[in-house]
Design a binder for this molecule. Structure first.
Ligand SMILES: [Zn+2]
Length: 280
């Protein structure tokens, strides 16, 4: 693996941070000026830490998006974007093997995907005839003001330059087109109670957003938020057998806490839909 490199804040370009937490030998810091949370130093290149590449179960990542459950879920979710369909063109960044694109095409969208892991991209192209380009958005030429909708589902936290990517997305969207972002939320109740919960710090994540920092990044890159919400709360999974009564009690407690967490905006994951405006 290459040597780790120190990086400046991707959002405000300053270089003054405070240490936040160390997990698996990696240091997470928070920018003292804008609050962006990131890995510093970080390994380079990004591809070396992507779980789809380094873990033996890559096949799982390739096929999971095509299950009947996932397809039904995607189609239901796609209904949220119907009001934005004008050019009928949808771009997904980090589309993996294309399960979401497959569902979108079934719903009548003209779809394109970008995926930097070639075996997953190839699966979507070869098995489902999907238009998936291998690479990173910042290196790929695409027509301007072309898409109604750009999707980043659990992707922005993996990018080396999330703000640069948002600027480019803004240029690719038609006027009033929208970007949808789904990413882990650092400002969640789960992490407040269990700060080093390993599930939240998988290999391959470089950034950790909150509603606040995501709003700042979107404003800077010329977007206005249409809606935002957070979802999810959970107790860390214990290894080995957990007694039945304890398991049931934790489940009950989770069911009670989750709705409150969602209302307070302290859920584990943030979902944001933002509309293209003018870059100031
Ligand atoms: Zn900053």
């Amino acid at each position: 693996m290459s040597q780790p490199v120190y990086v400046k804040c991707n959002l405000c370009h300053r270089d003054e941070t405070r240490p936040l937490i160390k997990v698996d030998g990696f240091s997470w810091v928070s920018c003292q000026h804008c609050g962006l949370i990131y890995l510093d130093p970080r390994p380079k290149p990004a591809k070396e830490l992507n779980p789809a590449i380094v873990e033996p179960g890559a096949d799982y990542y390739i096929r999971k998006g095509y299950s009947r459950d996932k397809q039904n879920y995607y189609k239901k979710y796609l209904k949220k974007f119907e009001g934005y369909r004008k050019t009928n063109r949808l771009l997904e960044i980090g589309c993996a093997s294309g399960g979401f694109l497959y569902a979108a095409r079934d719903c009548g969208w003209q779809v394109k995907g970008i995926e930097y892991f070639e075996p997953t991209a190839r699966y979507g192209r070869d098995h489902h005839n999907l238009d998936i380009i291998t690479g990173s958005l910042l290196e790929i030429e695409l027509p301007k003001e072309h898409f109604d909708l750009v999707i980043m589902n659990m992707v922005i936290e993996h990018l080396e330059d999330p703000v640069g990517t948002l600027f480019k997305i803004n240029r690719l969207l038609r006027p009033k087109g929208v970007v949808y972002i789904h990413t882990p939320n650092y400002d969640s109740l789960t992490l407040k109670l269990f700060p080093a919960y390993p599930k939240f710090f998988p290999k391959g994540h470089f950034y950790f957003f909150t509603v606040r920092t995501l709003k700042k990044a979107l404003k800077k890159t010329g977007f206005q938020i249409v809606w935002k919400k957070t979802r999810g709360f959970e107790f860390p999974k214990e290894k080995g057998g957990v007694p039945f009564l304890k398991r049931q009690s934790l489940r009950l407690l989770t069911d009670l806490v989750s709705p409150v967490v969602n209302i307070l905006g302290k859920g584990d994951r943030v979902r944001v839909l933002a509309e293209k405006g003018i870059v100031s």
